[in-house]
Design a protein around this ligand. Sequence first.
Ligand code: FAD
Length: 309
Amino acid sequence: MAVLVIADHDGSVVRDTTHKTVTAALALSPDVDVLVLGKNAKGVADAAAKISGVRKVLLAEGDAVAHGLAEAVEASVLPLAGNYDAILTPANTDGKNFAPRIAAKLDTAPISDIVEVVSGDTFVRPIYAGNALETVQSADAKKVITVRPTAFAAAAEGGSASVETVVAGEAPKTAFVSEEMVKSDRPELGAAKIVVSGGRALGSAEEFHAVMDPLADKLGAAVGASRAAVDAGYAPNDYQVGQTGKVVAPALYIAIGISGAIQHLAGMKDSKVIVAINKDADAPIFQVADYGLVADYKTAVPELMAALG
Ligand code: FAD
């Protein structure tokens, strides 16, 4: 059984979601190759070759695959699919976009968001916003799987795989138009060791940033938000943590003015240490919090800032 991992990268750095997906792939087979799609992505391929356990890196470069268009990813992967029994990629925005497309073209059922590999055909995945885990067995010969990165440890560095060039696919009916990237010196939300998240209680965009940004900077943390805060325009979309946002599992998650709705918990309850500040002692967030402070954030956060020095 050979496995292909489609790498997640930002054009210059291999994200650790790739390392984590390699760990899941190695639980399926010792024969794990990594496909790097991009433009001028040789450096990324060389970095992927250093992931321990990787047999070979396939590098497909071209304009069409420079921006992760699902059609171009699919056109790049399909000619390679015959060599692999399983194709894995992180369950992030891109993976959720192109994996079902690849699965449909291969006439196989996609298996999404796995958190455990039980055997070569059996996997565990969360359902009902993480309230239950289901074990699924696939009868398909070829499997297309998205992997929840927070559920797997990152494969170590130390590999020395070869890098081979393959042909990148085209997407004749789709064109990349533009993208707006949020520039930030803070760590990426999905990879940050500390996340501070704000909720509806913050009340306005000005207040959200005035409270959350200095705290995040003091802790070297990423900023997250509840959907209520995002929907109200207090925080940008890409801050959203939860069922329909990002799934995070940092060492420390601080929830400020967040009630702890089930859909929010789905995105953060696997954090190692959860701290909640909420003025309602009955808020559901306290049921998952390791440390809960029943307090108004307006007094608690300045006190925390002062204590941090
Ligand atoms: P609220 O529930 O309004 O809670 C605000 C909290 O702040 C309250 O507990 C209150 O006691 C506290 N508070 C108020 N003032 C203060 C103060 N001064 N100091 C301290 N505490 C204070 N939500 C997500 O977060 N992420 C998702 O991905 C997501 N996906 C969803 C998907 C679906 C299909 C649906 C139906 C819902 C989804 N939601 C999601 C929404 C979710 O159900 C909740 O509505 C949302 O999480 C509530 O956000 P909140 O906790 O900020 O707001």
